[in-house]
Design a protein around this ligand. Structure first.
Ligand SMILES: Nc1ncnc2c1ncn2[C@@H]1O[C@H](COP(=O)(O)OP(=O)(O)OP(=O)(O)O)[C@@H](O)[C@H]1O
Ligand SMILES: [Mg+2]
Length: 379
């Protein structure tokens, strides 16, 4: 696979020129025209090398360099500072900020090529703190077709069922409506809001790790509280996406409670998922909402193969739409049907445990375990 180089320069002409030179030498090139974009791309694309211009408005190259070095995800990436300046002082400042090498503009293509080659060769074979992507990793999101259909219950139970396979984090993206924390017997959990209140570059792996709490089940949790004012937080979708990526770096299995319907935040988060399960109640209203959400999800780029549908029957009713008809209405197969178990779900929540741990051999306990097993088998 071609090595990937991120080139950062506010001057579009020089960006294109350097990009072209590198492409001609067989590298894959990503371009960014300001500091924030550079940080975002570095996190998202994990380049093998970053070529960074020093003189940029708003956030200069030194600052970008410092921030890259602070984040465990990006701190190992070699940085080649690229600038029009030739002063010795600037070189010192660059090295102090964490640059690995320095190049002055204008540069001969041959010199650029040899510096790039040397830096790539010096790179450690396996960066110590970067996440190791193995086929064990799984990011699984749960989204309700509408509110109150059982999304949190399904998410918490599948997460608890995952613990058997590997360490697992369950994260609640429903700010200010922390029903998940309450159903697991935890109060005053504000980890998610603490993180989303920060500017995106300050949401580092270390910051995320500091907000995790451990549940008696072994699940690690990133929780939202029940303080209504959290709902007013104007959280940046990119910050939320960074949280998900950091969670993945901490533990290989990550489960997200995305609440119901699509929002600015969830529309961004669904793009980070290996699997997205839409939770639906088998009634006409929920099914129509689900059908529209499925269409919208595919439109914003979620592949159909990553999507699954789970029907939750919270009550016994002859008025429920039969599953074959539900499949027909949705144009999508149903992966699992969860039976009604109001008392059991209630008792488990009173005990602060998901059903799969409270009564693993119950009908719904088995249904959650099987749904999880199938996702594990397919990852
Ligand atoms: N299989 C089930 N049988 C009976 N009741 C259930 C079942 N699953 C969940 N419930 C109950 O349904 C209610 C809603 O569940 P839950 O909080 O999981 O839904 P939600 O979709 O996450 O809601 P919200 O939109 O408020 O986040 C809860 O009272 C829960 O106890
Ligand atoms: Mg919920």
């Amino acid at each position: 696979m071609a090595e990937r180089i991120l080139v950062v320069d506010d001057d579009v002409e020089s960006l294109k020129l350097i990009g072209m030179m590198l492409q001609r030498q067989g590298y894959e090139v990503i371009l960014a025209s300001n500091g924030q974009q550079a940080l975002d791309r570095a996190l998202a694309d994990r380049p093998d090398l970053i070529i960074l211009d020093v003189m940029m408005p708003v956030m200069d190259g030194y600052e970008v360099c410092r921030r890259l070095r602070q984040d465990p995800i990006t701190q190992h990436i070699p940085i080649l500072m690229f600038t029009a300046k030739t002063m010795v002082d600037d070189k010192v400042a660059g090295f102090e900020a964490g640059a690995d090498d320095y190049l002055t503009k204008p540069t001969h293509p041959a010199e650029l090529a040899s510096r790039v080659k040397a830096l790539l060769a010096r790179r450690p074979a396996q960066p110590a703190q970067a996440p190791v992507m193995t086929n064990r990793s799984l990011v699984w999101g749960f989204l309700g077709a509408k509110g109150g259909v059982g999304t949190t219950t399904v998410a918490a139970n599948c997460a608890a069922a995952l613990v058997k396979y590997d360490t697992t984090i369950l994260a609640d993206f429903r700010l200010g409506q922390g029903a998940l924390a309450l159903s697991l017997g935890l109060m005053r959990a504000t980890g998610m809001a603490n993180l989303l209140a920060r500017p995106t570059p300050e949401i580092t792996v270390r910051a995320v790790e500091g907000e995790l709490v451990t549940h008696a089940s072994g699940l690690r949790l990133l929780l939202s509280s029940s303080r209504p004012k959290e709902t007013l937080l104007n959280a940046a979708p990119d910050g939320a996406a960074a949280i998900v990526r950091h969670l993945q770096a901490i533990h290989p299995q990550v489960v997200l409670d995305l609440g119901s319907g699509l929002s600015r935040l969830t529309a961004r988060l669904v793009l980070e998922l290996d699997r997205l399960t839409l939770v639906v109640e088998p009634n006409r209203v929920a099914l129509i909402l689900a059908r529209d959400i499925l269409a919208e999800l595919q439109q914003i780029g979620v592949q159909a193969a990553r999507l699954s549908v789970v029907l939750v029957n919270r009550t016994q009713s002859s008025l429920h739409v039969p599953w074959q008809e539900a499949e027909h209405m949705l144009g999508h197969e149903v992966a699992a049907i969860i039976s009604p178990a109001p008392e059991l779900v209630f008792q488990a929540a009173e005990a602060g445990l998901p059903v799969v741990l409270y009564q693993p051999n119950s009908i719904v306990g088995t249904q959650f375990a099987k749904l999880t097993e199938e996702v594990i088998a397919r990852r």
